[in-house]
Design a protein around this ligand. Structure first.
Ligand SMILES: Nc1nc2c(c(=O)[nH]1)N[C@H]1C(S)=C(S)[C@@H](COP(=O)(O)OP(=O)(O)OC[C@H]3O[C@@H](n4cnc5c(N)ncnc54)[C@H](O)[C@@H]3O)O[C@H]1N2
Ligand code: MOO
Length: 374
């Protein structure tokens, strides 16, 4: 399968998970499942836009008191009177304008000045009326989105449930800590998958290490909780690679099985009959990273309810070896230059900002789609 098609299938095959109502303070990073409308006008009351004097009727005005932000004044001000007022303070009834200090002359208890065309009063609902749209569905609840929702007087928001991700790290030789003995390697997947999942709106469910044992893997697949099961290793054709055979035996539907890309060609995406998704990441660490960005990230983003988006592109320079009949995925810096010709390894990805997807007819300087390095 073409790399572009695999990526698009991962992005387009999953429906967003159901919505749940959460207090906006607890909804950070989730995606709005419905539009948010204003429930309280913004501003909520007429208030002073400047520090100065709130004046009623024509001047000069006699100062009758002071209103600071948060204070509530009763009664209507009489024409010819003024109160000293702070920015944000509730403007008393009867006030027509606020005169900023710099436009006033104060003598004893009298203020004089000229009310200009600007009244320096922010009227209730000036910025947002009740019922007006605040944030559309599909937006991630960022700090700014949350702040706008709070300001609009909305307490609870409908957000998509985040996809729960279980990670099965396979391989007899893979160890999670300590110094590897002969034939062993340290696990490089757990941190990467966790970061890619979090970035795409997923939440961690279970984490397990598995030896290359068919029965144990079958049991682990059967028992795995969550919406998405990510399996690192066991993607290929070796004697110890049981995953794909087990998935087929379990009646999985293959959406992607092998991709025309280097690295990462054995990656796969399947759905189990009970609806759980399985993402198969090739064991080679850089290939696994490519697969996590090609299949896992767009799948999770779709389940989390994020609107489908095209990949950014950037002109890429350098002379990498291309892959006839497929794409070569190379590390590049933010200005599009290749990190190192022929470099395939996490160290090259670590020096990069993006992985650029180069088609076989790509020429130096031509734009290429980008995957962001986690
Ligand atoms: N006959 C064939 N052999 C292979 C093919 C093929 O098409 N035909 N494809 C090769 C490619 S490309 C890749 S990539 C690997 C994929 O292999 P697996 O997904 O089955 O992974 P393993 O065999 O278990 O491991 C491969 C490699 O990666 C290391 N590894 C595994 N897990 C981790 C981890 N968590 N952290 C760090 N490193 C890990 C493992 O030690 C091996 O060195 O298959 C090729 N073979
Ligand atoms: O997916 Mo494999 O190591 O092409 O690198």
């Amino acid at each position: 399968m073409r790399w572009q098609d695999a990526w698009a299938i991962a992005r387009d095959s999953a429906k967003p998970l159901a919505g749940q109502l959460l207090p906006v303070e607890a909804a950070g990073g989730r995606v709005l499942a419905g539009a948010v409308r204003c429930e309280r006008p913004v501003p909520a009351f007429d208030n002073a836009a400047m520090d100065g004097f709130a004046v009623a009727g024509p001047g000069p005005w006699t100062i009758s008191g002071r209103v600071l932000a948060g204070a509530v004044t009763g009664g209507t001000m009489r024409p010819g009177s003024a109160v000293e007022i702070a920015t944000g303070a509730l403007v008393p009834e009867g006030v027509e304008a606020v005169l900023p200090y710099e436009d006033c002359v104060v003598e004893d208890d009298t203020v004089t000045g000229t009310v200009g065309p600007r009244r320096h009063i922010r009227r209730a609902g000036d910025s947002l009326a009740v019922g007006a749209p605040v944030v559309p569905a599909g937006r991630i609840v960022t700090a700014t989105v949350a702040a706008a929702i709070v300001q609009a007087g909305v307490g609870n928001v409908l957000v998509h449930r985040p996809p729960a991700v279980t990670l099965l790290v396979t391989g007899d030789e893979v160890i999670s800590e300590g110094v590897p003995g002969p034939g062993q390697v340290r696990d490089t997947f757990t941190g990467l998958v966790t970061a890619v999942a979090a970035r795409a709106g997923g939440v961690p469910a279970e984490r397990h290490r598995l030896p290359d044992d068919r029965a144990l893997m079958r049991d682990a697949l059967a028992a795995a909780s969550g919406d998405v099961i990510v399996v690192s290793g066991s993607s290929s054709a070796g004697a110890a690679d049981h995953l794909h055979e087990l998935l087929t035996a379990d009646g999985a539907t293959w959406l992607v099985r092998g991709v025309a890309c280097r690295p990462g060609h054995p990656q796969a995406l399947a759905v189990l009959p009970d609806g759980r998704w399985v993402v198969s990441l090739p064991g080679n660490p850089y290939a696994g990273l490519v697969a996590a960005l090609t299949l896992l990230e767009p799948l999770l983003a779709a389940l989390a309810g994020r609107p489908a988006a095209a990949l950014p592109t950037l002109p890429v320079t350098g002379n990498p070896k291309l892959m006839p009949g497929g794409v070569r995925i190379v590390p590049v810096t933010a200005d599009g230059s290749l990190v190192a010709a022929g470099a395939v390894g996490l160290h090259a990805a670590a020096a990069a900002d993006y992985l650029a997807v180069l088609a076989d007819d790509w020429t130096p300087g031509a734009p290429a789609p980008l995957l962001r390095v986690p």
